[in-house]
Ligand binder design. Sequence first.
Ligand code: FMN
Length: 248
Amino acid sequence: MNEVIRTLMNHRSFRQYRRETVEPEKLKTIIEAAQAAPSWVNGQQVSVIAVRSEARRQQLSVLSGNQKHVAEAPVFLVFCMDFYRAKVAGELEGQPFEAAKDVDALLVGATDVGIALSNAIAAAESLGLGIIPIGGVRRHTAEVIELLQLPEYVFPVVGLCVGYPAEELPKKPRLPLEAVLHEEQYNPEVKGLIEAYNLEHRAYLKEQGLTERDWSSTIAHFYTLNPQYGDAQHTLKRQGFTCDNLKK
Ligand SMILES: Cc1cc2nc3c(=O)[nH]c(=O)nc-3n(C[C@H](O)[C@H](O)[C@H](O)COP(=O)(O)O)c2cc1C
């Protein structure tokens, strides 16, 4: 196993951080690694807002559903899908900007953000830092957009706490490979694999002194929610993502 694979396989999300700062050079490297990711048509549809201010991290902690690690970690990076620069490119070229009328823009933006986030995570972890992604930034996006002064065509997708961890954690087990890797065609026979994973999941929780619960129970409960999460159904449109073709 090489160093890159070792770093990727050693991932865990931390929810407790030491107070010490993240060195500016390390932060720069993390963002450059995120920027090095591939992107749709090289449009680079990602922006990262680096929040170090304690007061602003505190506000984002509350807006993310009172997640204390957001205030505790010395740096909070907000990964946004960003078509604002594409709109400006259109102005420079005298071309209309049409992309945000298509629901595909959401797939493009979310994919670009996901890849960039993943690069940033790998870079941070390889530098001895700990992280946790925070989808909680999508709970109250109207307030997050206002706080970070995001212009039209920019939308906060996920945050990332970065800092030196103040805890040790075992790795969280994953689904069996066969549940995820489908040879040639999709195999929907996953019940048995999920049941096997439930046992592993329970053992993991027990080892940590947490209440034992099946993975399927947690996920099933979470996905009963409707709307799923946050206020994106209102704010996406306000930011210019009208997705007109979805309604036709
Ligand atoms: C896009 C994304 C958003 C997430 N949002 C949150 C969050 O808001 N709060 C939280 O405590 N964990 C969050 N997580 C962390 C997941 O719960 C965690 O990755 C998962 O339980 C697997 O654990 P591990 O990362 O330690 O392996 C998020 C993860 C991802 C990928």
